[in-house]
Ligand binder design. Structure first.
Ligand SMILES: [Zn+2]
Length: 255
């Protein structure tokens, strides 16, 4: 128990605080270097994801137009089927008409023949209508396909541009990332999450800044002399009262 207590106290000792601040500052400089490498990529990563989602949307559109195409073709097939059936009936009625015994039977069959003739006419009319819809739809499909081709070409170019940049900085970034991991291990979780939150909300990715000319190096607002003194003495993890960033003394990287 006794040793544990000493250890806890040790956590708040000047050297422990100093080490924490140094660790945080070092992590910040590694992160800033990684940020710089990523800035080199500019808008390219965003452009790539935008193009990818545009292509996805176009593919969905193409799929729905292709479904319409299928439906239209199906309705043509069913009309053709009807015509075939009507023709079969006409053939059957024609044969029956040869064997009629009276006018009444002849007239009845004639009516059926007329009816089937009208059915065929109607089906042909429907097929014609669907045909022009099919043509319109085919035109739409053609346009979508052309758009997809253009976007894909564009995407390929952007991706290769991005690849060139990534490859040129890959080794450096890997080195920095492994350095970052090592540094993170030595920082307690609570501080890490404070740091990560600060980095996400700050536009320039700075969570840890030096006090420069009595001002916060992040938002440049001035710092009271008492606060500055406490920071200089490394009394605790202290924050800028204006922007909330972690403040470190300007001699933090001088050993
Ligand atoms: Zn500030």
């Amino acid at each position: 128990m006794a040793t544990k207590k000493i250890k806890e106290e040790d956590q708040f000792s000047a050297t422990a605080i100093s080490k924490k601040l140094e660790g945080l500052f070092e992590l910040q400089s590694v992160d800033s270097q990684i940020d710089k490498l990523q800035i080199l990529r500019g808008e390219l990563p965003l452009e790539v994801t935008d193009l990818e989602s545009e292509i996805d949307k176009l593919n969905e559109h193409l799929k729905s137009q292709s479904d319409i195409d299928e439906q239209l073709n199906n309705s043509i097939s069913s009309q053709e089927q009807k015509i075939e059936e009507a023709n079969a009936l006409i053939e059957k009625y024609n044969k029956q008409q040869m064997k009629v015994r009276n006018n009444r039977e002849f007239d009845a069959i004639n009516k059926e023949l007329e009816f089937q003739g009208l059915e065929i006419e109607l089906s042909n009319k429907k097929i014609k209508g669907v045909g022009s819809e099919l043509e319109e739809n085919a035109e739409k499909i053609k346009l979508i396909k052309a758009k997809i081709r253009t976007k894909k070409k564009h995407l390929k170019n952007k991706k290769s541009e991005l690849d060139v940049i990534i490859k040129s900085t890959e080794k450096e970034e890997d080195k920095l990332t492994s350095k970052k991991k090592k540094l993170q291990k030595n920082i307690e979780d609570r501080l890490m999450s404070v740091y990560d939150n600060l980095r996400t909300v700050s536009k320039n990715g700075l969570a840890v800044v030096k006090v420069e000319r009595n001002a916060c190096g992040g938002c440049f607002s001035s710092i009271t002399s008492q606060h500055h003194l406490n920071i200089k003495l490394r009394k605790d993890i202290l924050f800028c009262e204006n922007c909330g960033r972690i403040l470190v003394p300007d001699d933090i990287d001088q050993k």
